[in-house]
Design a protein. Structure first.
Length: 122
């Protein structure tokens, strides 16, 4: 009886580890980077990444592969980024609609202020 519980626990734990590995791989390496802009002080990187049905803008530091999603939109929203200076990032959205934004729009990340310019299409 105890042996069966240990086997079940081992199998469940193995499945969890495998799923976490796939999730980590997906977080770090999936999607197509459409634009990558380095901040003027060369400390941060902003990336526009397209997934199957999702457009995102993600920020990360230069030495860290983990990214923070600051805005995401369904489908190809025409997202682009421009560094105003080392502490201000402008995110442009060419084909945004209020209903296409998924989650919330971040306005700050670490010491960076994030500004948005959108052309809304309904």
């Amino acid at each position: 009886m105890k042996t069966n519980r240990i086997r079940v626990f081992t199998v469940v734990l193995s499945l969890v580890v495998i799923l976490m590995a796939f999730a980590l791989y997906g977080k770090l390496f999936s999607g197509e980077v459409r634009q990558r802009e380095v901040s003027p002080d060369r400390e941060n990187i902003a990336e526009c990444i397209e997934y199957a049905e999702l457009s995102t803008v993600q920020l990360r530091t230069k030495l860290n592969p983990f990214r923070r999603v600051v805005i995401s939109s369904l489908y190809d929203a025409g997202l682009s980024v421009v560094w105003i200076d080392s502490r201000n990032l402008l995110v442009r959205c060419q084909r945004c609609g209020e209903l296409s934004i998924v989650g919330k729009k971040e306005t700050t990340w670490h010491h960076i202020s994030i500004h948005y310019a959108a052309q809304f299409s309904f």
